[in-house]
Design a protein around this ligand. Structure first.
Ligand code: MEV
Length: 417
């Protein structure tokens, strides 16, 4: 594995050279990375409508992640400073206790069909129960492709849903979508079987769509942070911060936002639908009244144990992963193939970011660290190029609490004299 110590002090070219020397990327990947992901206008024009440009985000690597004993470097795409450094730092501290332990469900997604205008919903439900085998066989015929990869339709459930527009029948299909995010697989099954069920129950078909509340596709990650490393005061602070979020929805929204900083950044870097991941996370948090997605407690040794559980519907094949050249480089850097493993990495990053945020917020506050990183950006903007120039100018900016680019330029001129 590549030695990532001091990675942040290198120039971009030096970092890329290190990745290449470690066999993590090749020259083509480097070309792509330096060419802002090489999403050309004509490809963008085929991806969405009315294209007039392409936007870019910085992509960085979070280091020090050890998950179930395996080392990872994690590509993160995000415009906010501190998030990548915070994740790396939290992972480094967790590494001292063996890193993150993760388990993930099989990648089962839920799809729903809505039937309305049914005169006798009880009878309709009975018919569906009686014809379940027939519906199951039909559903399977629309999921042959995913069956070839070991997935397929797993379960069918039907229920009566009382609504403001009367009682409806909702039929749900659980489909193992393997390494895809699964929207296409699920929606194909739903649209395929809906006319037959509609005919059976004499009901009108309305919606046929997957649910983003992917409760069958959950992931749980745990880490221990030793009191000798972070101090008892930090542990008490994090426990207080967790208690605050657990009891107050205003704080809880921000608590969960900090978790999603990390999860979304990995979703973006790997070409995943981060809105789907967001929707699933927040809906899951709301299932028992809106709650934190992470929990913290002290173990018998007085160390801090952090746990995150949430559904993550993210894939390693299909969708934008196929069209976005950078997504492929990200997956290569991660060294993963399955959606299960990707979800474990994403959840570990979410936990790491949350730990780092709570630790900083409950002790020294986040602005000090944030401004330190911001100072490095200002130094680069002012024209600092070498690691030494960046560090020296950034240190001066932080010392004087003046983050003006012109001041940074003056410092640089003085330095070079
Ligand atoms: C900022 O992007 C995220 C935090 O607000 C998260 C939190 O408050 O826990 C720092």
């Amino acid at each position: 594995m590549v030695d990532f110590s001091g990675f942040y002090k290198l120039t971009v070219d030096e970092r890329l050279a290190k990745l290449k020397a470690g066999g993590l990327v090749n020259d083509d990947d480097i070309k792509l990375l330096k060419d802002s992901g090489a999403l050309k206008l004509d490809l963008a024009d085929r991806m969405v409508e009315n294209v007039i440009g392409v936007s870019h985000l910085p992509m960085g690597l979070a280091t020090n992640f050890v998950i179930n004993g395996k080392e990872y470097v994690v590509p993160m795409m995000i415009e906010e400073p501190s998030v990548i450094a915070a994740a790396s730092n939290a992972a480094k501290l967790a590494k001292e206790s063996g890193g993150f332990t993760a388990i993930a469900d099989e990648p089962v997604m839920i799809g729903q069909i809505q039937f309305v205008n049914i005169s006798d919903v009880e009878k309709a439900l009975q018919i569906i129960k009686e014809k379940k085998d027939e519906i199951f066989t039909l559903a399977k015929s629309y999921a042959q492709q995913i069956e070839r990869y070991g997935g397929g339709v797993k379960e069918i459930h039907a229920r009566i849903l009382p609504t403001i527009r009367g009682k409806m029948i909702i039929v749900e299909f659980y489909v193992d979508v393997r390494d895809a995010m699964g929207a296409n697989t699920i929606n194909t099954v739903l649209e395929g079987v809906a006319p037959t069920i509609s005919e059976m129950i004499k009901g009108k078909t309305r919606l046929r769509i997957l649910s983003n509340l992917a409760v069958k596709r959950k992931v749980t990650v745990t880490a221990v942070w030793k009191k000798e490393l972070i101090g008892e005061e930090a542990i008490e602070g994090i426990l207080d911060a967790y208690a605050f979020a657990d009891s107050d929805i205003f704080r809880c929204a921000t608590h969960n936002k900090g978790i999603m900083n990390g999860i979304d950044a990995v979703a973006l870097a790997t070409g995943n639908d981060w809105r789907a991941v967001e929707a699933g996370a927040h809906a899951f948090a709301a299932m028992l009244g809106y709650k934190p997605l992470t929990q913290y407690e002290k173990n018998a040794d007085g160390n801090l144990v952090g746990t995150i559980t949430l559904p993550i519907a993210a894939g390693t094949v299909g969708g934008a992963i196929n069209t976005s050249p950078l997504a492929k480089v990200s997956l290569k850097l991660l060294g993963i193939k399955t959606s299960k493993e990707l979800s474990m990495v994403m959840a570990a990053v979410g936990l790491a970011n949350n730990f780092a945020a709570l630790r900083a917020l409950s002790t020294e506050g986040i602005q000090k660290g944030h401004m330190k990183l911001h100072a490095r950006n200002i130094a680069v903007l002012a024209g600092a190029t070498s690691g030494e120039e960046i560090d020296t100018v950034a240190a001066e900016l932080a010392k004087s609490h003046n983050y003006d680019v012109n001041f940074a330029k003056e410092l640089l001129v003085k330095m070079k004299k």
